[in-house]
Design a protein around this ligand. Structure first.
Ligand code: SAM
Ligand code: SF4
Length: 331
């Protein structure tokens, strides 16, 4: 269905947990967050029911996220359940990759269409510093396992940090050199701990990569479900993408809503507004009533974020901004 600004909402990011096996400096405090109790997290049958109602409203693609989605037990089972929903064409996953090697075969045999792996650097020491606890060998084993499966689309997502050397972006981009994977650079957004973390602009990274690899060719066809702009450098098999939410606002093309692990349906990453769908489910509401609430959330989606500038939705909107961490919202 369309929202009040005529945007077709077809994509839902579904967070399955607020827990994580890493502690990335811009996402979580070193000691972790106070996790919500298991009873408060949506059960698989509840997630499936919300997605089924969403599919009736026009959602056709679902991205599983977290926290770290692979720490949720039996995630492949959920992928299979979601793929059976009429109207759901794609189920994809975003992960830090640490547990991917052991789960990828079952995820794919249950219907997973693509995987995004978060890797901010390939330097083992720097990776450890950024993630506080991570071993890059484990994430790379996950990446290799994913790349070995024909038919699975694989993307690497990097949030560029000021602490990285130019060489680290070049190494990351080279992952797309001889493999058909996309490497994407995502600007740090002032959400949660990201508010205190400096990032680097897509333009700066493009400059570094162009100095190394030469003039890129713009990729004109639409790639994926989101707002990434892609280029291809000479001789590379894969593409390089840029998600520049801060320096290039793309809200007018936003097609997504978010479901948090405790069942809040959020129309925009930056706003704390939305509806408590879990409450409705657990109070025994019918699908039709839940659908009506979801329809309202979609219809009233704000026109755009206000990273570092006044809200396009008016002065009052700024009091509604999100205060939770990215891992609690579902990044
Ligand atoms: N744990 C999984 C992972 O790391 O891919 C899924 C959840 S994580 C919150 C999803 C993505 O959000 C990661 O690529 C992470 O780097 C990114 N992220 C976290 N905080 C961010 C911020 N403030 N701005 C931009 N991206 C952020
Ligand atoms: Fe965990 Fe992903 Fe946040 Fe890193 S970015 S702490 S892996 S949820």
């Amino acid at each position: 269905m369309k929202d009040q600004f005529g945007r077709e909402i077809t994509y839902m990011r579904v967070s399955v947990t607020d827990r994580c096996n890493l502690r990335c400096v811009y996402c979580m405090p070193a000691e972790g967050i106070k996790c919500v109790s298991h009873d408060d997290i949506l059960r698989f049958d509840e997630i499936v029911r919300i997605c089924r109602i969403g599919a009736e409203l026009g959602i056709s693609r679902i991205k599983l996220t977290g926290g770290e989605p692979l720490v949720r037990r039996d995630l492949p089972e959920l992928v299979g359940m979601l793929k059976e929903i009429p109207g759901i064409e794609q189920v994809t996953l975003t992960t830090n990759g640490i547990l991917l090697k052991e789960q990828i075969n079952e995820l794919v045999s249950n219907g997973l269409d693509s995987v995004n792996i978060s890797l901010d650097t390939l330097d083992a020491g720097h990776y450890r510093q950024i993630t506080r606890t991570g071993r890059i060998e484990e994430a790379l084993a996950g990446l290799d396992a994913a790349c070995s499966l024909p038919g699975l689309a694989v993307r690497v997502n990097c949030v560029p940090l000021p602490s990285s050397e130019a060489e680290e972006y070049i190494r990351l981009a080279l992952l797309a050199g001889d493999r058909r994977i996309d490497v994407r650079f995502i600007e740090m957004m002032p959400i949660g701990r990201g508010k205190e973390s400096a990032g680097r602009s897509g333009e700066e990274i493009l400059g570094i990569l162009s100095d190394e690899f030469g003039e890129p060719e713009e990729v004109r066809e639409q790639v994926g479900n989101g707002p990434a702009a892609y280029v291809r450098f000479p001789g590379m098999q894969g593409r390089i993408g840029f998600i520049s939410a801060v320096t290039h606002r793309f809200c007018s093309e936003c097609n997504r809503i978010r479901l948090t692990s405790v069942g809040m349906l959020k129309p925009c990453l930056q706003y704390g507004t939305g509806a408590d769908i879990r409450k409705l489910l657990r109070e025994g509401e019918q699908d039709s009533a839940i659908g009506e609430v979801m329809r309202k959330v979609i219809r009233e989606k704000p026109s755009g974020h206000c990273f570092g500038e006044p809200s396009p939705d008016g002065e009052g909107a700024e009091s509604l901004l999100e205060t939770r961490d990215m891992s609690q919202i579902g990044g």
